[in-house]
Structure formats: structure tokens, C-alpha cells
Ligand binder design. Structure first.
Ligand SMILES: [Ca+2]
Ligand SMILES: [Ca+2]
Length: 86
């Protein structure tokens, strides 16, 4: 799962799966939330996205801004789930 790719390719959901279970979303959330505090920070998202070296800092920052709907500087599980389901 690549957040940045999925955002760019909205019209082509990965393997046709538009719905994911909460358990799948939770496990991915936990993978990104490396310090386990229940929120994804810009740094955590960037580290995760840049496992793919093609993702630039600007792209990571744009993805974070897009996901952080209430602009409090962190992505809650609810915001993350929204992002995945879009
Ligand atoms: Ca965290
Ligand atoms: Ca937020």
C-alpha cells in the first residue's frame, strides 16, 4: 500500500479494492505510527512513505497535509481511515 500512489491514482483502486476492513487499516496505521502513541506525525508518515525512494519530501508533506483534515499536525486513526477509504 502506497499512500502517495493511491492518491494519484484515485480512478484506479489497487486490485479493485475500495473497501478495507478496520483490522487491515489498524495494522497499517500501527506500522506507520512507529512510536505507538496513536497518532501519525509528519515525520512518521514521511519515514513510511520514503521507504519508496521516489517519494520526495514535498510529496510526503503534501500527503500529510491532505490526510490531516483538522490541521492539528497529526493524523488520527479516523483521519487515516478516511484517507484509505477515499
Ligand atoms: Ca506516533
Ligand atoms: Ca489531524
Amino acid at each position: 500500500m502506497h499512500l502517495y500512489d493511491s492518491e494519484r491514482q484515485k480512478s484506479a483502486p489497487i486490485k479493485g479494492q475500495t473497501m478495507r476492513s478496520n483490522a487491515e487499516i489498524q495494522s497499517q496505521f500501527d506500522e506507520i505510527d512507529t512510536d505507538g502513541d496513536g497518532y501519525i506525525t509528519a515525520d512518521e508518515l514521511k519515514m513510511y512513505l520514503q521507504q519508496n525512494p521516489k517519494v520526495s519530501d514535498a510529496n510526503a508533506a503534501a500527503t500529510f497535509k491532505y490526510a490531516d483534515e483538522n490541521s492539528d499536525g497529526q493524523i488520527s486513526f479516523e483521519e487515516f481511515a478516511e484517507l484509505i477509504r477515499k
